[in-house]
Design a protein around this ligand. Structure first.
Ligand SMILES: Nc1ncnc2c1ncn2[C@@H]1O[C@H](COP(=O)(O)OP(=O)(O)OP(=O)(O)O)[C@@H](O)[C@H]1O
Ligand SMILES: O=C(O)[C@@H](O)C(=O)CO
Length: 418
């Protein structure tokens, strides 16, 4: 294994894997730290954690355990993947995990760059933009767990770290890899372990990747991986060849616990198309009015792609959280989706689509999946995944996908053109 990656959530890890696979690396996503060694031939391994919003000490411990496993597989370079909207609180977890990994690897002048231009995320003058809005005016300021109220990544990250935070501005990044390398070395000389790097175009990410060819540690969104496969390819280290995707026949189902605007639009489009959909309200989940067997039975009785969703608007979510407590509702819904996924697959579903990072994590863990192989892209940041000989899945980050995402995902998983 050449490149070892640590992802702080499951959907974000599959977003990263899609980029590396497109770049020509044989990539596997592992669900948590594996018990045994990786299969031979894996060039990039991603240990997907659910560490984005857990207590800092646990996130650090899990990430260091992932690092140990990846180093034991021979990885000479480590990539820490977090969200392109830098989802974190003033306590962490991006800063503490990045610092712990840097210390363990004796790395300094480490790139911190969540930019993902294809999804509208750009870093300019140290500030993160989502399309044409500053992060703190993009809707992310109202995120229920990690409200992003400051778009200045240098300031936000500095709150989370012990050491000072550096910056490589766009004016340097535009000058290419050599200029970036010199700037990172200068930041390192000033004792700055972590360095925010500007990037507004894929070309900037390619240049950052080239500059990081020898870096023991890189951190960022999936965009920061754009330039990395070429570093291994020029050294003749990649086996090459297209990853083959055999479409998955059989029955499909979709589960959505994501309440993002993008997902709510996708749910609405699915319903408007006349496809079968069943809502699970927080009330029904909390009172036990609906349970997993009933949901799985309903899905089995539908033609087409049945969608089971708890996706709701912010006001409805807030009311549910005030009534039962946010953590309690989330835990109940996630457990319900996990159990429903188990019953669906046990009942013969072979294509499963999950929407929402936490929801996808619960589904993947509920199904007891251990590793995922990458297929073609369904949408930017959302690949088709093979979870077993008879199971293909898609894990969608809340903010990703076009309006027809669910139908498109089903088609791609089935092996048809998107
Ligand atoms: N109707 C609802 N009321 C309250 N909470 C809900 C409701 N529906 C879902 N939830 C909870 O909201 C959370 C949604 O998080 P999830 O990560 O799945 O989606 P997301 O935030 O849109 O996606 P991402 O993390 O990829 O951006 C889950 O914990 C889910 O259980
Ligand atoms: O970077 C992103 O936006 C995604 O890969 C993600 O991590 C969302 O959960």
């Amino acid at each position: 294994m050449l490149l070892g990656c640590i992802g702080d959530d499951f959907t974000g890890s599959s977003d990263l894997g899609a980029t590396l696979t497109r770049g020509g690396m044989r990539t596997v996503q592992y669900v948590g730290v594996p018990d045994g060694p990786a299969d031979p031939g894996v060039e990039a391994g991603i240990v997907a954690l659910k560490s984005r919003s857990i207590p800092v000490a646990e996130a650090v411990a899990q990430s260091l355990a992932a690092l140990d496993w990846l180093r034991a597989q021979g990885c000479g370079q480590i990539l820490f993947k977090y969200c392109s909207t830098f989802d974190s609180t003033p306590q962490g977890n991006i800063g503490p995990v990045a610092e712990a990994l840097a210390e363990a690897l004796d790395a300094s002048g480490v790139i911190v760059c969540p930019a993902f231009p294809a999804a509208g995320r750009a870093v300019f003058q140290g500030h993160l933009f989502v399309a044409d809005r500053l992060l703190s005016e993009s809707g992310m300021e109202a995120h229920p767990i990690t409200p992003m109220t400051d778009p200045d990544l240098r300031r936000w990250l500095a709150r989370q770290t012990r050491g000072p935070v550096g910056h490589v501005p766009a004016s340097v990044v535009f000058d290419g890899a050599a200029a970036i390398g010199a700037a990172l070395a200068a930041e390192q000389g000033l004792g700055r372990r972590l360095v925010i790097a500007d990037a507004v175009r894929d070309a900037d990410l390619m240049a950052l990747g080239e500059a990081a060819a020898e870096a023991p540690l890189i951190t960022g969104g999936s965009g920061i991986a754009l330039g990395l496969p070429a570093n291994f390819a020029v050294r003749g280290l990649l086996a090459g060849g297209e990853a083959q995707w055999d479409g998955q026949a059989g029955r499909a189902a979709a589960l959505s616990g994501s309440c993002s605007a993008a997902t709510r639009g996708q749910v609405a489009a699915h319903i408007a198309s006349g496809a079968p959909a069943r809502e699970v309200t927080a009330l029904a989940a909390m009172t036990g009015e609906v349970d997993a067997p009933a949901l799985a039975d309903w899905a089995a009785a539908q033609d087409g792609l049945p969608l089971i969703y708890s996706s709701a608007d912010p006001e409805t979510v807030r009311e549910a959280q005030e009534t039962w407590g946010g953590a309690e509702v989330a835990a109940r819904l996630e457990a319900l989706f996990a159990e429903t996924a188990r019953l669906l697959v046990a009942g013969g579903v072979t294509r499963l689509i999950a929407a929402g990072g936490e929801t996808s994590g619960a589904v993947v863990e509920g199904l007891g999946l251990t590793q995922l192989a990458f297929g073609p892209d369904i949408a930017t940041g959302v690949p088709a995944l093979r979870a077993g000989p008879e199971l293909a899945i898609a894990l969608k980050s809340g903010n990703f996908g076009e309006a027809d995402f669910f139908e498109r995902a089903d088609r791609v998983l089935a092996g048809e053109a998107g």
